[in-house]
Design a protein around this ligand. Structure first.
Ligand code: HEM
Length: 393
């Protein structure tokens, strides 16, 4: 039987090492990323730190004194496998670790727990900015050339990280960075799993997920201008989303994501949230668009709308197009009336978005995840600035 030497000079069967090291990775990441320290976890955390090694997808693990060398980033085409090799007395042997649904659920759990623990950010959640990261990673896709899309995670690099549309997304990338200590998951798969987790943890529909994305280098960065410009009109929306392969109904369904999060003066230049419940996904974006009276905000910043009644909500010019354009409007009206229809269409179109440009193996099945934090819903905080309560149905 092939064996490997682990820390302390002990030899164990290679197959058991794979399982043990996977479990150890999760334990280490979970311990490192938790912000609620207890005396109980403090000691093992220290031990893990000392024994721990850091990897990223572009850097192979350093062997040091350990006989084990992980080759991070050696994910095979299709990304489903993760290779490592051992250097024992008998020479090098290559072994493939194939993560299962259970492994991805573990990564999901780590992200979900981090979301719950880091509730001081913005309106109480990193969820919106995680979803925006997954969308901007995917929305660069060009169906004609097959370039861009969620395969690659090229926003790690300049110039893409510096594109105006991506301002502020460093917060999301940094949030996920500790989770990347799990070495077998690629950045591209992790960012999309972050988006899936964000939607579900913000009480949205279940988003089926397929892994298999491979990280690419800066040569694969997409040119600036592929993401939508909020100051433009319906023609621009159809051009940009048409290039990705989306129709009118899909554009409107995707835009419902603006029920979540807010615009930031120091990022896009715009200011304020779209809804009173920016950390809970509902069809409120459509309802408010139709039911409230909107006026141009008088201010120094870029042209945006504010609601007449409270002046605390905002709409972008591209959001307003969804009621101004006749074709877009009929979908807006349907989603405003029917949250279930919105959830169903949103899930379908988000799956499509997140898979743009990924050459999945033919039989790659989608997996679904459940939340490890069902109580999160009850803990939602009211929106910060105007003190209005979270609207929940
Ligand atoms: C229709 C074209 C779109 C335009 C012009 C647009 C534009 C913007 C802008 C300007 C911001 C504010 C960024 C900031 O200042 O922090 C924003 C935020 C956001 N967008 Fe979009 N977006 C579009 C479509 C989408 C889509 C398709 C999704 C997801 C499926 C999405 C999800 C989000 C989320 C969740 C935020 C909030 C981020 C946060 O709170 O930090 N957007 N968007």
């Amino acid at each position: 039987m092939e064996t490997v030497e682990v820390e302390g000079g002990l030899r164990i069967p290679l197959s058991r090492y794979t399982m043990a090291s996977t479990a150890r990775q999760f334990a280490r990441v979970a311990l490192r990323t938790t912000t609620r320290r207890t005396a109980f976890v403090a000691a093992p955390r220290q031990a893990f730190r000392q024994g721990g090694r850091r990897y990223n997808s572009s850097q192979a693990g350093k062997s040091g004194s350990s006989p084990l060398v992980w080759i991070a980033g050696a994910a095979v085409a299709g990304g489903a496998g993760y290779y490592f090799y051992t250097q024992g007395a008998s020479g090098a042997a290559t072994k493939e670790f194939k993560p299962t649904q259970k492994d991805y659920q573990e990564v999901y759990n780590v992200i979900a727990n981090r979301l719950e623990e880091n509730d001081e950010y913005d309106d109480g959640s990193y969820g919106p900015v995680l979803l925006r990261l997954a969308w901007h990673a995917s929305g660069t896709y060009d169906k004609e050339t097959g370039t861009g899309g969620s395969n690659g995670a090229t926003m790690r690099f300049s110039p893409e990280s510096g594109h105006g549309a991506n301002a502020g997304l460093k917060a999301a990338r940094d949030f996920l960075e500790p989770v990347k200590e799990i070495p077998w998951i690629t950045y591209s798969d992790l960012w999309i799993l972050g988006g899936v987790c964000a939607v579900q943890e913000m009480l949205g529909p279940q988003i089926p997920y397929r892994p298999g994305r491979v990280d690419r280098d800066m040569a694969a960065c997409t040119p600036d201008g592929r993401l939508p410009d909020a100051t433009q009109g319906s023609r621009h929306l159809r051009d940009i989303f048409g290039r990705m392969g989306f129709n009118d109904q899909e554009i409107v369904a995707l835009s419902g994501a603006h029920a979540l999060g807010r615009t930031h003066k120091d990022r896009s230049g715009f200011d304020g949230p779209w809804t009173f419940s920016p950390t809970v996904l509902t069809n409120d974006f459509y309802r408010l668009l139709l039911e409230e009276k909107w006026q141009w905000r008088k201010w120094e910043g870029p042209a945006q709308y504010e609601d007449k009644k409270t002046k605390s909500l905002m709409m972008l010019p591209t959001d307003m197009v969804l009621v101004q354009d006749k074709e877009f409007r009929k979908h807006t009206e349907r989603y405003a009336k029917d949250n279930d229809a919105f959830f169903k269409d949103f899930a379908a179109v988000v799956v499509k978005l997140f898979e743009l440009g990924v050459p999945f193996p033919e039989n790659a099945e989608r997996m679904t995840f459940t939340s490890p934090t069902p109580k999160r819903a009850a803990e939602m905080k009211p929106i910060r600035r105007d003190g209005l309560s979270v609207v929940r149905r």
